[in-house]
Design a protein around this ligand. Structure first.
Ligand SMILES: [Zn+2]
Length: 231
């Protein structure tokens, strides 16, 4: 396979170039995907913050209701001293007692509402921590990807330099055939498998496979146009 050997060397280099180009294209996409992983943690935090705010609002709301009733009792008591009859006095006592009963019920509700505040706040902290931890993982992975991209770009540069050298060893008549093929078929140079093309698997006519076996000229697959060699 002497005559094809320089093309195989070139093809190996092109394989390196293609892999490096592919990876260089993929790395920014992988970084974007990683960032999207934070979306879930961010959404959970927003939900937890809203729940915590709502829990606190319920406590505040009951607090206001209690205050307005206490104010009402203070007002009633100040009015009570001016009342003329025992009957009026007793009626107002009853009114005050009713409001005090409402305050008791509201205070029980407040206790329940306050019990909900603590776990809601804990949940917010938990979500903040999760987001923080996820962010650290994403940042760490992002740095690894950046480092990998630098390696890939260096590899690409080296492979391109190697390609220039390798091309010098390719017979001038072969290079244009290879160049045309590379944009349409990969790999462009394939071994004969039995008497079939290693790329498209079409069985070659005996004369063609016989010529390939000699490895001393450029032979093209009758179907896919790949360059054939005998390994
Ligand atoms: Zn073929």
């Amino acid at each position: 396979m002497s005559i094809i050997q320089p093309l195989l060397v070139l093809q190996d280099i092109d394989a390196r170039i293609r892999a490096a180009q592919q990876e260089a294209r993929d790395i920014p996409l992988r970084k974007e995907q990683e960032k999207k992983r934070l979306t879930g943690a961010k959404e959970l935090l927003v939900t937890a913050q809203a729940a915590s705010k709502a829990a606190q609002a319920r406590v505040d709301e009951v607090e206001l209701e209690i205050k307005s009733r206490r104010d009402k009792i203070t007002t009633l008591r100040s009015q009570q001293v001016n009342l003329k009859t025992n009957k009026e006095f007793a009626a107002m006592n009853l009114e005050i007692a009713t409001i005090e009963g409402q305050i008791d019920a509201l205070e029980s509700r407040q206790v329940v509402a306050m019990d909900a505040v603590v776990p809601a706040r804990a949940r917010v902290q938990e979500c903040e921590k999760k987001l923080h931890d996820d962010q650290a993982v994403v940042d760490g992975y992002g740095k690894e990807l950046d480092a990998r991209l630098a390696v890939v770009q260096a590899e690409l540069k080296q492979a391109e330099a190697d390609r220039v050298e390798a091309l010098k060893d390719v017979p001038p008549a072969f290079a244009p055939v290879y160049m045309r093929l590379i944009s349409r078929r990969w790999p462009p140079v394939v071994a004969l498998e039995g008497s079939a093309c290693g790329g498209c698997h079409l069985t070659q006519p005996p004369a063609v496979s016989h010529t390939v076996r000699r490895n001393n000229s450029l032979v093209i697959c009758q179907s896919c146009g790949r360059i054939l060699y005998y390994a």
